[in-house]
Write a protein that binds this ligand. Sequence first.
Ligand code: SF4
Length: 85
Amino acid sequence: MDVNKRVCKRCLIREMAGQEKIYETIQRMIADLPETERAPKALREERLSACKQCERLTDGMCAACGCYVELRATIADQTCPYDVW
Ligand code: SF4
């Protein structure tokens, strides 16, 4: 573990420098989802906006469920484990 690594509270992967590989992986997983299983873009952004206000978001990951929120918010029938969305 790199003790000098800083965590980014309330950041999405797409906003973090040095996370391009993880971002690409998430984007590939999203692209592989059938269109019918994807939440509409406006809903995704609304969900991500809520995550960005949440104290459980760290380095793009939800501390409550361990998911990358950009993936979780994209899956239409997913919910927030704390009912924020
Ligand atoms: S999914 Fe819910 S608990 Fe997790 S970071 Fe987003 S708002 Fe917070």
